[in-house]
Ligand binder design. Structure first.
Ligand code: 5AD
Ligand code: SF4
Length: 425
């Protein structure tokens, strides 16, 4: 979502006369778009800011801002800790950037972290660019009301909110007009989507997907990230029936221990999750399942961890993201009995070993198969193009740039660590 937000902020500042630059030395304004999900990401902001000290002494007109979830969570504290910062803006307020830019240009410092009553999307610049990359992100839902005990999202992104259906479809149309072929619908809890249709009736995510399916020129639809409890039957059916909906599902489970899931406030069990996966696979047998896992959540024992490994063995993930539990200030789990760093390290290693094996097996199974690939850019080698398969695997193939933006059938010939190699048919 930060990638999407960054695009929107760039577009807003372009209407104020700014142009993007690849070199920080040339910049009149630097905005760091930040993540607060784990401590490591949040702390990185301060080391990055330190690197801009010299730039500011060389160019006193340079303005530096911190935007995103660290801005939301830490507010004025950021300027106290790093006085070279001129601007702090939370993720719900970045539509105010053009106004804030004028204020900081005349020497004011501004902190904007209230949750505004207006919808920021109504105030953002129109989607710009004559031609865009073939694949684009699009936020349709923001925030979360689930309050998992480890997670800062409900505090930084705020309450769950869905964008109205017409706003989403018109943004998709505008992106497709500029060459976009694949849209990834984004939300912290995207499958809880319940945006209003024209007559005020609420759409489910599946109903929205069916509406987008009808847009000519749009070839692929994806969505992320989902919660198991919001995986409704109509969404499972869409995976069976909707041609443009890709056979890939990121469905975080976090833990395989019912005791830990309960303490995480996840409101699903290992059994309901496994049953859900089997219903999804029944609807779309070739779907690739991806997950998020946390090891070392407070009070996690060896037996609890073993339950997580067992769940992974049963599900067989094609892709995964795994993390050591990170204490987040203000969340319920921060106050509990913590697992030692050494135990977290050992468990993460063991977990990742299993997940890497599974990923390798799933990738190896692709060899010899013909898959559809949307080519997105040229590769490192001459006459090489790179794209994504329906299953979201990165695929390299020989071919010239006229393949970019096209979906082609590709025979997979080799599996590398994190990508596949193939031959365009
Ligand atoms: N510590 C470790 N991982 C976390 N995640 C969220 N909060 C934390 C935390 N405090 C992980 C979850 C979530 C993903 C986006 O980040 O697995 O699904
Ligand atoms: Fe965080 Fe996801 Fe839980 Fe919401 S559902 S609190 S975003 S982990």
């Amino acid at each position: 979502m930060n990638v999407y937000d960054t695009e929107r902020m760039t577009e807003s500042l372009q209407t104020e006369g700014y142009v993007p630059t690849d070199s920080v030395e040339d910049a009149d304004m630097i905005l760091l778009n930040t993540c607060h999900i784990r401590e490591k990401a949040a702390e990185k902001v301060y080391s990055e800011l330190g690197r801009f000290k010299n730039l500011k002494s060389e160019n006193p007109d340079l303005k530096i801002g911190v935007v995103g979830c660290v801005a939301q969570a830490e507010g004025e504290e950021i300027i106290r800790r790093q006085p070279l910062v001129d601007l702090v803006v939370g993720p719900q307020s970045y539509h105010k950037l053009p106004v804030l830019e004028r204020q900081i240009k005349v020497g004011e410092k501004r902190v904007e972290i209230d949750f505004p009553t207006e919808d920021k999307f109504d105030f953002l610049a129109k989607r710009t660019g004559v031609k865009r990359a073939p694949s684009a992100f699009l936020t349709i839902q923001e925030g979360c009301d689930k309050f998992c005990a480890f997670c800062v999202v409900p505090y930084t992104r705020g309450a769950e909110l869905s964008r109205p259906v017409e706003k989403v479809t018109s943004e998709v149309r505008s992106l497709v007009d500029k060459g976009v072929k694949e849209i990834t619908l984004l939300g912290q809890n995207v499958n809880a989507y319940h945006g209003a249709g024209q007559d005020g009736a609420q759409f489910t995510l599946a109903q929205l997907i069916w509406k987008l399916e009808k847009i000519n020129g749009l070839e692929r639809i994806r969505y992320t990230t989902s919660h198991p409890n919001d995986m409704t039957d109509d969404l499972i059916d869409a995976h069976r029936d909707c041609q443009k909906l890709m056979p890939y599902l990121h469905l975080p489970v976090q833990s395989g221990s019912n005791k830990i899931l309960k303490r995480m406030n996840r409101s699903h069990t290992a059994e309901t999750y496994i049953d859900l996966i089997s219903r999804i696979r029944k609807a779309r047998p070739d779907i690739l399942i991806s997950g998020d896992f946390i090891v070392g959540f407070p009070e996690e024992t060896d037996d609890d961890f073993e339950d997580t490994l067992e769940l992974i063995r049963q599900v067989e993930y094609g892709q995964s993201y795994s993390f050591k539990y990170s204490v987040r200030p203000g969340t319920p789990a921060a106050e509990r009995q913590q697992v030692t760093e050494a135990v977290k390290n050992t468990r993460l290693q063991e977990l990742q070993k299993l997940l890497v094996e599974q990923q390798k097996t799933v990738q190896q199974d692709m060899v010899g198969r013909t898959v559809r690939v949307l080519f997105e850019k040229h590769g490192r080698q001459i006459d090489q193009v790179v794209g994504k398969s329906d299953y979201l695997h990165a695929v390299h193939a020989s071919g010239d740039d006229d393949k970019i933006g096209c979906v082609k059938n590709v025979l997979i010939t080799k599996s590398n660590t994190n990508s596949l190699q193939g031959k365009i048919i």
